[in-house]
Design a protein around this ligand. Structure first.
Ligand code: NAD
Ligand code: MG
Length: 390
């Protein structure tokens, strides 16, 4: 039996992971499942998968979780320390699928115990890529990318030498507003931005896809995960979302990864790695699809991409600042405190202010330094948002 844990089990990635694991109950022994507010889902899954422990990040929901699991023998726990303890339990494979910077510490903890970490939490790489990857190397642990683009690149690189890579091209659907007039973007609503043309995902990453902040994150992720220079990473708008990424080699060849827009593909790949096994996703009918389209991303429509370029060039703690400012700006948009187009202005402003202070680029990346940069960036983002309101 393979011992597996799912951090962020109640979310979109967590539920897709459970969908795959639940098909093979004789193969997987479920250790820990974690969630936040969706306690009924957590209880249901913990019972169905006979988990060892279920954890909510919110201590005020512990009684509810405990009551729901009473008599099952499944442990219930709550809070940040419990999340870390769950991540530390011996497991062969851990899915890191908490959303946001909150996913970093539990993922790092799982690595310490030599597990294979399936990494959906892109914020870990954006905020602390060098720390995460160097820790994995030091501890002999494996990190497998679960973001579909990075899974695609990972697969295209098997058997290849990274020094032969000329460029990595990350595809982007263009989000919900790829065809909307630029001067209408100011008026975009939360409901409109929460609708993705191709993928069914959590609300935060869906809005980040509308604003291209998700792609900006993915460019940084690419640099951090594959250790490739920023000037070799490109974005192309590909409205069908069937090619997930392409790798260009020094002989001019482009290796593309093609598959349906279903995260169970990348999750299943990471779950079965290094083998390939059946994954229940749609098989593409290329004749029915007929054509694939591509277009260059417009700088004016997607200001997040230029910010990502700056973050990659500056390095150090700039990624942690960028991510925290982006999370705060998104909270601002969700709360109605800033417009859709203000998010990029806020993030850019915070990154510039923080870069003007000494030491951001050369700082050592530790959990503490990341948390400190994160708090400062969130406070600055709140100030920037308050300025917009007045
Ligand atoms: P989601 O919002 O659907 O689920 C997030 C999970 O994290 C839930 O289980 C929630 O309970 C938990 N959570 C939320 N806040 C928490 C906190 N403060 N502490 C502990 N747990 C908390 O998100 P998602 O769409 O599944 O995305 C998860 C991660 O995977 C994100 O980093 C996202 O960028 C990445 N990702 C998602 C997709 C996708 O298709 N959904 C694709 C690529 C990458
Ligand atoms: Mg992605």
């Amino acid at each position: 039996m393979r011992r597996v844990s799912i951090l962020g089990a109640t979310g979109s990635i967590g539920q897709s992971t459970i969908d795959l694991i639940a098909r093979d109950p004789e193969v997987y022994d479920v250790v820990a499942l974690t969630g936040a507010q969706n306690i009924s889902q957590l209880i249901k899954d913990a019972k169905a998968l006979r988990a060892e422990v279920a954890v909510t990040s919110d201590p005020s929901r512990l009684d509810e979780l405990r009551d729901g699991l009473a008599g099952t023998g499944i442990e219930a726990a709550a809070g940040d320390a419990a999340l870390i303890e769950a991540a530390a339990r011996p497991a062969d494979w851990v899915m890191s699928a908490i959303v946001g910077a909150a996913g970093l510490a539990p993922g790092l903890e799982a690595l310490k115990h030599g597990t294979t970490l399936a990494l959906a939490n892109k914020e870990s790489l954006v905020t602390a890529g060098t720390l995460l990857m160097s820790e994995a190397k030091r501890l002999g642990a494996t990190v497998l990318p679960v973001d579909s683009e990075h899974s695609a690149v990972f697969q295209a690189l098997i058997g290849e030498d990274i020094s032969a890579v000329e460029r990595i091209i990350i595809t982007a659907s263009g989000g919900a507003f790829r065809d909307r007039p630029l001067d209408a973007l100011d008026r975009v609503t939360v409901a409109e931005a929460s609708n993705h043309p191709n993928w069914d995902m959590g609300q935060r990453i869906t809005i980040d896809s509308s604003s291209m902040f998700n792609k900006a994150m993915e460019l940084i992720e690419t640099k951090e995960f594959f250790g490739i220079d920023a000037n070799k990473i490109e974005t192309i708008v590909h409205p069908e979302s069937l090619i997930h990424a392409l790798v260009g080699f020094n002989d001019g060849a482009l290796m593309a990864h093609v598959g349906p827009p279903d995260m169970r593909h990348a999750i299943g790949y990471a779950l079965n790695w290094p083998d390939r096994k059946h994954v229940p996703v749609e098989r593409l009918d290329l004749a029915a699809i007929g054509q694939l389209n591509f277009r260059a991303p417009e700088a004016a429509r997607y200001p997040a991409l230029a910010i990502a370029q700056k973050v990659m060039e500056e390095g150090g703690l700039t990624g942690a600042v960028f991510n925290a400012a982006k999370e705060q700006a998104l909270d601002g948009f969700l709360a109605g405190d800033c417009r859709f187009t203000d998010m990029a202005r806020v993030v850019n402003g915070v990154v510039d202010v923080m870069l003007s202070r000494e030491g951001l680029q050369n700082a050592t990346i530790t959990l503490d330094s990341v948390n400190q940069a994160d708090s400062m960036a969130r406070a600055l983002a709140c100030e920037e948002i308050a300025k917009i309101e007045s």
